[in-house]
Design a protein around this ligand. Sequence first.
Ligand SMILES: [Ca+2]
Ligand SMILES: [Ca+2]
Ligand SMILES: [Ca+2]
Length: 186
Amino acid sequence: MRKVIISSAVLAAAVAGLAAAPASAETLNVQTSIAPYCSVRLANVSSGATSVANTGEVEVANLQLACNNDGARLVVNPRSGDFVHTDGVFEHRINYSMRLDADINNFDIANSDTFPGDAEGQGLFTRDLAAYSQPLASGSNAKLWLNANVNNQDTTGLPASSRLYPANAAPSGTYTEVFEFTMSAI
Ligand SMILES: [Ca+2]
Ligand SMILES: [Ca+2]
Ligand SMILES: [Ca+2]
């Protein structure tokens, strides 16, 4: 009987060894998937406002651009082409110039006077990056600068109710312009 017991113990050990073998050979599969994405977001908006008392350009927004596609497009669309203040009778306007300085220079917009509408280079700015960019996939910065002291009395395309002023001669009020930024895959 004693031999049987020992034998049984050995057998039990062998079974334990077999059970442990698959665990030691276990493999760990780690998977990750990257979904296509393109995004633009406002980060660290400096003030959201620019002062007409400032004689030069002012940084008004810090944007973060991101896209992991083989090609990416940034479209910047100023809505009015001027700062606008409506008092119910007149549409008062203050001209400005804008500039976008991106870390990825393909997205730069040189200093530009903007106009109403969506004419490329005047009321709309389209910037392409043809290839995949790891810095862009990781997120890249761009700064929007505005200068509200750019006198331009060209009223082409403006509504009849518009009144265009140099910044230092405009009636008091809050003047607003809206910029739309769109990042997409191309
Ligand atoms: Ca303008
Ligand atoms: Ca740049
Ligand atoms: Ca526009």
